[in-house]
Ligand binder design. Structure first.
Ligand code: CA
Length: 423
């Protein structure tokens, strides 16, 4: 049976509002206080299925003689390739089905292999090899362009031809829940004559999706759209924290550097490309048509809802500040990957590609405070008279994402981070 079939049920009770029904089966890396070894698991309802335990019990086999899941990251599993990913997903789905007794009726193994999520600590799921961040939402690029260059020059001349990106830092990609220290940097407000060095005053978030590359490509090779798609293991939520004032002074002419190097948060669960397959949709029309190497025969966007909540120390309830959808992205993840390799750049197992800030056409669909507060000129009004233009110390940002099926959702969990003072 197709592991994405909406009719599938698990013997583990899953609430319809859960992000993790049997149709999802996202991968993560975790440990527990009583067993501190890092290992790979799959989320099902409010539980984690410990794949290392199933592997040592002989119920799952990926790579004969090697422990694929008793690992501190998903890289070893990803390296085995798309056929193994498909086979393993089908096997996990079968083991969790309500009518399969293998795990259901083995009480000893269930005790060992099912861990309540509330007792587990999630770890960064991949050993990030390279982090590249794109800039592929036309609405976001247009909004930022209007603020900094005016309406007539909002999109740079290359924007409709190239999925623009920059090489970011893998070293500061962290898992959800890791606090983010306010960065320090060179600042030169438009009114000042000379730069100073100090804490960022305009700290922002960027709502993005992260693409996890699960297969390598050789230096010198180009990729077709089909090859690129086969290399994509899955997706995470991604917050590309950004220091707008540092960025504004440093970005000419080589683009962002320290403004985006101090922290990037991802959600702990990687949702596989296969689980998202039923939600595939066309992106916006591309006019002018991309150059031949960037053309794609299939729809490569996803109908994936995104939500941003802001929690401050002054308000009781987190406030919803943005609701948008990943489907609005102009350049697809497949086109980004094809372009990334097009010069001959080698891709590695464990590379992470940020989609770029996801903004939709409406005001409430903007994916950054820069846009939501229109460069600080239109503060957000939260409860009790609390206002925000940019993030303050103690503020927490929570990203969520999900595809809505008929009676179930394919969700990503949360991607959270709290701002610590610069110190
Ligand atoms: Ca970004």
């Amino acid at each position: 049976m197709n592991p994405s079939d909406p009719a599938l049920r698990s013997f583990i009770a899953v609430d319809p509002s859960s992000d993790f029904p049997i149709q999802n089966l996202p991968y993560g890396v975790f440990f527990t206080p009583e067993r501190p070894q890092l290992r790979v698991g799959v989320a099902i309802g409010d539980q984690i299925l410990d794949l290392a335990a199933l592997e040592s019990a002989g119920l799952i086999r990926c790579d004969e003689g090697h422990g694929t899941f008793a690992q501190p990251s998903l890289n070893a599993f990803m390296a085995l390739g798309p056929q193994v990913w498909r086979r393993t997903r089908a096997r996990i789905s079968a083991l969790l089905r309500h009518d399969n007794p293998e795990l259901r009726d083995n009480a000893a193994l269930r005790r060992q292999a099912l861990v309540p999520q509330r007792l587990a600590q999630m770890h960064l799921p991949i050993a990030v090899q390279g982090f590249t961040d794109f800039y592929s939402s036309k609405e976001h690029a247009f909004n930022v362009g209007v603020m900094f260059r005016g309406k007539d020059n909002a999109l740079t001349p290359n924007w409709l031809s190239i999925p623009i990106g920059y090489n970011g830092r893998a070293s500061t990609v962290v898992v959800s829940g890791t606090p983010i220290r306010r960065p320090r940097g060179q600042l030169r407000p438009p009114t000042a004559d000379a730069p100073t060095f100090g804490p960022c005053q305009r700290l922002d978030f960027e709502l993005e999706m992260g693409v996890v590359v699960g297969q390598a490509s050789a230096m010198g090779d180009m990729l077709t759209a089909e090859q690129a798609e086969d290399m994509i293991f899955g997706f995470t939520l991604l917050n590309d924290w950004s220091a707008r004032d540092i960025q504004q002074w440093e970005y000419v002419p080589l683009g962002p550097f320290q403004a985006k190097a101090f922290g990037t948060s991802i959600s702990p669960w990687i949702v596989t490309r296969e689980a998202l397959e039923p939600f595939r949709v066309h992106g916006p029309p591309q006019e002018p048509p991309p150059l031949p190497y960037l053309r794609q025969a299939r729809p490569n966007n996803y109908d994936l809802h995104l939500a941003v909540d802001l929690k401050t120390e002054q308000i009781a309830q987190a406030a919803g500040i943005s609701r948008t959808n990943f489907r609005y992205m102009y350049w697809s993840s497949v086109q980004q990957l094809v372009h990334h390799a097009s010069s001959g750049c080698a891709m590695n197992v464990g590379d992470l590609l940020g989609s770029g800030t996801v903004s939709g056409p409406d005001k409430g669909q903007r994916g950054s405070l820069l846009e939501l507060s229109w460069n600080g000129t239109e503060p957000l009004e939260l409860e009790g008279g609390v206002r925000r233009t940019f993030l303050e110390d103690g503020d927490s940002l929570i990203l969520r994402g999900w595809c809505q099926g008929d009676g179930y959702r394919i969700g990503f969990g949360a991607c959270e981070g709290t701002i610590l003072p610069a110190g």
